[in-house]
Design a binder for this molecule. Sequence first.
Ligand code: ADP
Ligand code: F6P
Length: 324
Amino acid sequence: MAKEIKTIGVLTSGGDAPGMNAAIRAVVRTALARGLKVKGIKKGYQGLLNEEIIDMEGRNVSDIIQRGGTILGTARCLEFKTKEGQLKGAEICRKHGIDGIVVIGGDGSYRGAQALSRNGINTIGLPGTIDLDISCTEYTIGFDTAVNTAMQAIDKVKDTSSSHERCSIIEVMGRDAGYIALWCGIANGAEDILLPEKYDYNEQEIINNIIANRKKGKSHHIIINAEGIGHSVSMAKRIEAATGIETRATILGYMQRGGSPTAKDRYFASIMGARAVDILIEGKTNRVVGFQHGEFVDFDIEEALNMNKSIDEYQYEVSKLLSY
Ligand code: ADP
Ligand code: F6P
C-alpha cells in the first residue's frame, strides 16, 4: 500500500532559474489545498543538512510568481554526494515529519532526489534550469525567460554592430548545452552559431564566412558563442587580426539567469508544481515531471537520467540556411 503523505518539503537546487518561484508557489498551494502541511527547505541540500527548514503557508508564497531567482535560495552541496550526507538528509526529513519532497533543479539535483528516495523519503523532481538540457523533457523551467533575455540583449548589440560595421561575438550561457545559443542564433538571425555539441574549432571557416558575408554586403556579422566553448575575447582578437574587421566580444553572463519569468515559464512551472504534489499523493516516488509531445508526463528518475537528448539536425541546418 502506498505510504500516506502528510507533510511535504520543497527545495530548489543547483543553478537558479526564472520560474522557480512559480513552481514553489504551486507546490505550496496545491499541497495546502489537498490538506497537507508544507515545509520549505532553504539553500538546497545544504540547507537540508543544516536543518534550515521553515513552515510554509499560503501567504509565504504571495506575490512571488513574477519574481526571478528562488525565495528558498539554492546551493551546490558536495556533502550530499556522499552516502553519509544522504542518510543524514533522510534522517532530518524524518525528524521534521517530512515524508515527501519536491526537488526543483537539474540532473545533478535529481541524483540527490534519487538518493533520498532510496533512503525512504518519497521524492519528485521538477526540471529547473535555463539550459534546457534535461533529456526527458522538451521544456525546462527558466529556459523561455533566459532565451528571451539573451535575445533582447543580442538585438541591442546587433544595432551597434551594424552601425559600426563590426563583427560581434556574443557569449551566451550553456556550459554543456547549446540550446540557448541555437535559439538565439535563429531568433536573432546570427551569421554563425557555435554550440558545444557541434563546433569543430575550425576558426578559419568562421573567418572565411565573415569575409564572404562582407563581400555580399552584410554590415554586421553576429556570432553567438555558447559558454561551453568560451574564449570569446581571444577569439575576437584573432578574428580582427585575420579579417581586418573590427571585432568585439560581449559576454552576457548571469543576467540570463535572472529577471521576471515569462508567461510560459510561470504557466509551465505552475502546472508542473501542482502535478508533482498530486503524484506524491498518489504514492509515487523517484519520479521526475516532464513535458513531451504536448503533454505533462512523469518518468522514473533512473530512466530519465539514462535518456539522451541532442541538438536537432534540421533546426541546426535551418540556422545556417537563414544566415545566408
Ligand atoms: P543541477 O541540479 O542544476 O544539475 P548540480 O549538478 O550542481 O546542479 O547539482 C546540484 C546539487 O545536487 C549538488 O550540489 C549536490 O548537492 C546534488 N547532487 C549532484 N549530484 C549528486 C549525486 N550524484 N548524488 C547526490 N547528490 C547529488
Ligand atoms: O544554470 C545553468 C548554468 O547557467 C550553466 O549554463 C552555467 O555554466 C552554470 O549554470 C554556471 O553556474 P554557476 O556559476 O552558478 O555554477
